[in-house]
Design a protein around this ligand. Structure first.
Ligand SMILES: [Zn+2]
Length: 242
């Protein structure tokens, strides 16, 4: 067993990765895995926070830099951004979006995929489009390296989900500092950061201690113990079958 496993995060906008899975990305790199990120847009329709007026092109360029910085903080090893129109993903050609996702997963030989749940976490239409596009790629057999698919459940009250067996909770203990720095990197989005996480400070607020992921599909369901401790649980067995 010498392969470094790769987890691919497929999202809509720069910052989705930091909001929802900063702890998970740290957990993956701590375990010797790789995290790679695909965003379908450059986030040019977002607000500009305290940075003042910007054109869409200026904001896109700014957010490219912010994402690069956040990815460095988090330890993401590769980032690809498509430019399919922030706020307009439902108008993008679904075949093209699926092909881009499949190409990205195949290029990186991703073992794990993490994306939005059906409600898009926040109900954002772009997030929901990504959810369905990733499902089409995985369930349509277009990414043969992928062994497991997870949905990211940021913000879902744990009490609603305690009966679900396929939940992986990542404890942010010792991981908040990096999440905070990655959130700060998304400076243009600071108003939405603060709306979700409050004023950023050195101490992790208890309600942000965990990130929660739902295992929804496995290529080779294994007899591992549940709940899982890591997204890589059970993968060795899958490797042997290849
Ligand atoms: Zn988003």
């Amino acid at each position: 067993m010498c392969k470094n496993f790769t987890a691919a995060f497929v999202y809509a906008h720069p910052d989705d990765e930091t909001f929802g899975c900063s702890y998970l990305i740290q957990d993956i790199t701590d375990r010797g895995g790789q995290a790679v990120l695909l965003t379908a847009t450059r986030g040019e329709a977002g607000k500009t926070g305290r940075l003042g007026e910007m054109s869409r092109e200026e904001l896109a360029a700014r957010r490219d830099q912010e994402l690069e910085q956040a990815a460095n903080v988090l330890g993401i090893s590769a980032v690809k951004q498509l430019d399919l129109g922030d706020g307009k993903l439902k108008d993008a050609d679904p075949e093209r979006l699926q092909q881009e996702i499949a190409d990205f997963l195949n290029l990186h030989q991703a073992d794990i995929v993490v994306t939005f749940p059906e409600d898009g976490i926040s109900g954002h239409q772009d997030h929901i489009v990504i959810h369905h596009a990733v499902n089409s790629v995985i369930y349509g057999g277009k990414a043969s390296s992928v062994q497991k698919l997870y949905y990211n459940h940021l913000g879902s009250p744990l009490s609603d989900m305690s009966g679900m067996s396929g939940l992986l909770r990542i404890d942010g203990e010792g991981k908040w500092d990096i999440k905070r720095r990655a959130l700060e990197a998304h400076e243009s989005q600071m108003f939405s950061v603060e709306r979700v996480f409050g004023q950023l400070g050195p101490n992790m607020l208890p309600q942000y201690r965990y990130e929660t992921f739902e295992l929804v599909w496995e290529r080779h369901p294994s007899a591992k113990s549940m709940p899982e401790k890591s997204v890589f649980d059970g993968l060795e067995a899958g490797e042997d079958l290849n």
